[in-house]
Design a protein around this ligand. Structure first.
Ligand code: UT7
Length: 329
């Protein structure tokens, strides 16, 4: 019997039009363009400004691009997995809201919370539904409206994050092309370094939590940086090794876009030339669950059937991992 694996067969993306540049941030907090660019690689990010709009409003156009490209009826979609830490509401799941908005009336779905590794975890989860033979069309979307949880008086975090959405369609492949292998990890003891203090069941929202600015993302940047450099580089190198590959075999590295210095460390460890690394952090910043699919979206026209691609991420949780795939179209 031919083995079924899951292949990405289409990509869609969406970023809001409004740009928040380093020069805009200079007027809001004590920072400067030179510091931000040299420490992170970021020049500007996109912000979803319209009141009343949430993550689903970015996920929907990203998915509609896929439906258009593949000439798909939304009723053909079996499942939607939405990776996000900024859902439209605590419940119901944003995946359900997206399904309703696109008319995917035969789909079931759920949200997956793994911060910056969310897309990678969701991709692996979706791939298993395809590999099992149970489902034929699974949409995986990574979306975050980070501007909803960023404290624009905190220069340590507000310079990093932006808003955006990226999505892929997973379908069965029997020619060996598609998702080959993944190493996924988590370590909950890392929660102290990157989290939102209030708004969950431990510390529900009160006037005090709002006054203490505890509904914003809190990050101890230096500590996260150290774990991220090691975590992302280690797991990417391990993935190559166990598949008997070297950097020369890899066409593209798709790294989470949190900090250019973390990306460089990962690429160096894999022995990859800079030209093989997808980098769009300068224009979108860190869009959390959306960084990986937004890279695929930006580079789609340069990808060739059979290209070996490594996706790698590190984020809050801590969560991290890497996935090896061969491009299928
Ligand atoms: O995506 C999820 C996972 N997240 C990450 O991977 C993020 C990992 N962390 C980072 O990317 C970096 O730690 C940051 C970009 C957040 C910060 O960069 P850093 O090089 O670690 O800076 P730092 O926190 O060590 O601060 C260095 C200096 C400090 O000043 P002193 O003490 O040396 O005088 C800070 O007060 O830079 C100062 N600083 C700033 N200066 C201008 C901190 N933030 C800023 C700022 N503008 N925005």
């Amino acid at each position: 019997m031919t083995k079924i694996i899951a292949a990405i067969t289409a990509v869609g993306g969406y970023v809001p039009e409004t740009k928040l540049t380093n020069f805009d941030l200079e007027k809001m907090v004590e920072t400067n363009d030179e510091w931000i660019r040299s420490r992170t690689g970021i020049s500007e990010r996109r912000i979803l400004k319209e009141p009343g709009k949430g993550s689903s409003d970015m996920a929907v156009p990203a998915i509609e691009e896929i439906l258009r490209k593949k000439n798909l009826d939304p009723k053909e979609i079996d499942c939607i997995i939405c990776a996000t830490v900024t859902p439209d509401m605590v419940f119901p799941a944003t995946a359900n809201i997206i399904a309703d908005k696109i008319g995917a009336t035969n789909a079931w779905g759920y949200d997956l919370s793994a911060a910056c590794s969310g897309f990678l975890f969701a991709l692996s989860s979706g791939a298993m539904y395809i590999e099992s033979g149970r489902f034929k069309k699974v949409l995986v979307v990574g979306v975050d409206k980070m501007s909803a949880i960023v404290d624009y008086t905190d220069r340590a975090t507000c310079i990093i994050f932006g808003d955006g959405a990226g999505a892929v369609l997973l379908e069965p492949s029997t020619d060996g092309l598609g998702i080959q292998d993944s190493i996924l990890k988590s370590d909950g003891s890392g929660r102290h370094y990157l989290h939102m203090k209030a708004g969950g069941s431990v510390k529900p929202a009160t006037a005090e939590t709002v006054a203490a600015r505890e509904h914003f993302a809190y990050q101890e940047g230096q500590a996260v940086f150290k774990f991220a450099v090691k975590g992302m580089a280690d797991v990417s190198a391990e993935l190559l090794e166990r598949n008997n590959l070297t950097g020369d075999d890899i066409a593209w590295l798709v790294p989470h876009q949190a900090n250019l210095r973390i990306i460089d460390a990962t690429a160096n460890r894999m022995g990859l030339a800079k030209e093989k690394v997808m980098i769009n952090i300068q224009k979108y910043g860190n869009t959390t669950a959306a960084t990986l699919p937004l890279c695929l979206w930006d580079w789609e026209s340069q990808l060739n059937k059979g290209d070996k691609i490594v996706l790698a991420a590190f984020g809050g949780g801590f969560t991290w991992g890497a996935t090896l795939l061969t491009w299928a179209y």
